[in-house]
Design a binder for this molecule. Structure first.
Ligand SMILES: [Mg+2]
Length: 242
């Protein structure tokens, strides 16, 4: 039964990490392990504490730099030069970036509920995806491998725009591609700052999902906008929209 508060909905927009796929501490640990193996192969024994410190800082850097998205090459260069006493070549930076891409696409998995849920929602709504991630190819190829591309009328990745959610720019690109009014859109995401504050600030309705444990956490601040609904399971969208 359709909830009255979402009666105007024509488009359901999704975040990816920790919303449609789990991308929490377990996946981050696998990513760090993969990067450690690759760096060890390329340059010798890798200081994993240094790697973790650099990566942890890089993950949240856009939120402390005016929402400017990271550059993948710069991140890889910083990782190599922060761990080893060398100046990385362009080829070495590219090799590590390519490994990062491969690790991401290998790590991500879909739970059993997602494809049936998207299939059913797509019968009544237009669906879209907006993800914060510096490497657009990782998201687009990952989403394709998981069989989700077909459901989305628009896919936007922050790495293509240069700014991350909650900055209005990635949201505006999504709305322009959809040619939709924000009042007809519901945004579903797990991140209090990027997803809830970002989408509410654009005039969208907002649903916060708490199903997965996020790696990076943003505390609520005075004056923050509240989501229209909080759900503990993504499958609760069935009761809200079908
Ligand atoms: Mg997320």
């Amino acid at each position: 039964m359709m909830h009255a508060e979402f009666a105007n909905t024509k488009v359901i927009c999704f975040d990816l990490g920790n919303t449609l796929i789990e991308f929490g501490p377990r996946q981050i640990a696998k990513q760090y392990k993969g990067l450690t193996s690759k760096l060890t192969e390329m340059f010798g024994s890798c200081d994993t504490a240094k790697l973790k410190a650099i990566r942890d800082r890089q993950i949240v850097a856009p939120y402390h730099d005016g929402y400017r998205e990271n550059d993948v090459g710069d991140c890889c260069r910083e990782l190599i030069e922060g761990i080893y006493p060398i100046t990385a070549t362009e080829a070495q930076v590219r090799e590590l970036a390519e490994e990062r891409y491969k690790i991401f696409v290998e790590i991500i998995e879909l739970s059993d509920v997602i494809l049936p849920l998207l299939t059913d929602l797509a019968k009544s709504y237009r669906l879209a995806l907006l993800s914060n991630f510096p490497c657009s190819r990782s998201i687009r190829d990952g989403v394709e491998e998981l069989g989700m591309t077909q459901f989305f009328d628009a896919i936007v990745v922050s790495g293509e725009i240069g700014w991350v959610k909650p900055d209005p720019r990635p949201y505006q690109v999504l709305l322009d591609q959809l040619q939709s009014d924000p009042s007809e859109c519901v945004y579903v995401g797990d991140n209090w700052l990027a997803d809830v504050q970002g989408s509410k600030g654009m005039g969208m309705n907002s649903i916060l999902t708490t199903e997965h444990l996020p790696y990076e956490k943003f505390e609520r601040k005075a004056g923050d906008l509240e989501p229209d609904k909080t759900i503990a399971r993504i499958s609760e969208l069935r009761e809200l929209f079908l």
